[in-house]
Design a protein around this ligand. Structure first.
Ligand code: PLP
Length: 386
């Protein structure tokens, strides 16, 4: 590659945004969850390129922390996990798309999560062709109405397969719809119907809990838990602060500081009128980087929570966004820092240790999961620890 050609985000001198990903914090979060779950094992959920943080870096870190089982959404993500963890057990949550997709599973020793009787038949066919009883996971829908066999379908599959032995289930699982609301009655209803199905698959691993499910108590752990967001530093229960260590720090470069007068407007749509003389820091970050337009301070009628919009953190203070977030730039009100405290070239934190990711997400009317999986390719990425 010639000197003049840089991949976007590859060089901090040219990047508008910077991501620091703390692999030690990731490992500590995994270890803390694994301890809560003992004697159950704790899997790593690395779908969505490890919640936007990179399967190639996250999987080896989790493996060092003792993780041996992984969940991805898609078979190509599974192949990436296989490359990073040669001996791991890798489950593909979205199941099987077609008979032709089978070779990718077989070549990479990926284990499909069978989500319907159609998936079961496909895997039986693929198993038949391979001449082996191929391992699979059985997903039962206990109240989410997303993926999974019905309880009745799962029970009849358990019975049939114990006779035909066409495929080899090694995991039975279900997924909670409301685990982040511990008092929601659906949690216990799902637990009870899952217990019925799990009993029909004796002697294999069994899994129900995602991150917030881990905190619902040991009876939700079975033999394997599947925390995702908590490992990446997100909150376990909606509305309460995360006990996990922050893993990602997102920062943006300030490319200009300007002064505007009371009564002037800021940004597209002239949606925000300044109430006072204002110092504005313009940061090189925007919705093209996955920084949500919905965290704009004004002019976003569709944001549901009606809150004031997002903040940045700089020089020990929280500073609000002004006007609308644009494609490549976002304006922050740094007046309260005092004169000449912010300069071109400084970096402002968008979320991280000083500005919890869940708060940044809530200000945008979204969740930490979406902020992480939307992180754009233009960020300079730096991995520390691990
Ligand atoms: C994403 C996902 C998880 C992890 O959920 P978190 O809320 O991130 O802990 C676990 N199980 C399934 C089936 C999932 O789709």
């Amino acid at each position: 590659m010639s000197e003049s050609h840089h991949a976007a985000g590859s060089d901090i001198r040219f990047a508008g945004g910077s991501l620091t990903i703390d692999l030690d914090a990731l490992k500590a979060n995994y270890a803390a969850l694994a301890k809560i779950c003992e004697p159950a094992l704790t899997a790593g959920v690395v779908k969505g390129d490890a919640y936007g943080l990179g399967i190639d870096r996250v999987v080896p870190a989790l493996a060092e922390a003792g993780c041996t089982r992984y969940f991805v959404a898609l078979p190509e993500e599974g192949a990436a996990v296989r490359a990073a963890a040669p001996d791991a057990t890798v489950y593909v949550l979205n199941g099987l798309f077609s008979e032709e997709s089978g070779s990718l599973y077989v070549e990479n020793r990926l284990i499909p999560v069978l989500n319907s009787p159609v998936d079961v038949r496909l895997w039986e066919v693929i198993s038949g062709v391979s001449g082996e009883r191929l391992p699979c996971a059985v997903h039962v829908d206990t109240g989410m109405n997303r993926l999974g066999l019905t309880v009745a379908e799962a029970l009849s599959f358990a019975e049939e397969n114990s006779l035909t032995r066409a495929v080899e289930p090694i995991l039975v699982m279900s997924h909670l719809a409301c685990a982040d609301q511990p008092a929601h009655p659906l949690n216990r209803r799902q637990l009870e119907s899952y217990q019925t199905v799990a009993a029909a698959f004796p002697g294999i691993e069994s899994s129900l809990a995602n991150s917030p499910g881990v905190l619902l108590g040991a009876e939700y752990h079975f033999s394997l838990t599947r925390p995702g967001i908590a490992v990446y530093g997100g909150a376990l229960v909606s509305g309460s602060a995360s006990p996990m260590r922050p893993v990602v720090t997102a920062e943006a470069r300030i490319v200009q500081v300007r002064h505007a007068r009371a009564g002037e407007t800021v940004g597209y749509g002239a949606s925000q009128t300044l109430a006072r003389d204002t110092t504005i820091a313009i940061a090189a970050i925007g919705y093209a980087d996955g920084y949500p337009r919905s965290s704009s301070a004004a002019g976003i009628p569709l944001r549901q929570n009606g809150g004031p919009g997002g903040h940045g953190f700089i020089q020990g203070r929280r500073v609000p966004i002004l006007g609308r977030v644009t494609m490549d730039l976002t304006m922050f009100d740094v007046t309260d820092l005092g004169p000449d405290m912010v300069a071109k070239g400084d970096f402002i934190e968008l979320f991280g240790p000083n500005l919890p990711i869940d708060e940044a997400a809530e200000a945008a009317g979204t969740i930490s999961y979406e902020l992480l999986t939307s992180l754009g390719r233009r960020y300079h990425r730096r991995y520390v620890g691990g």
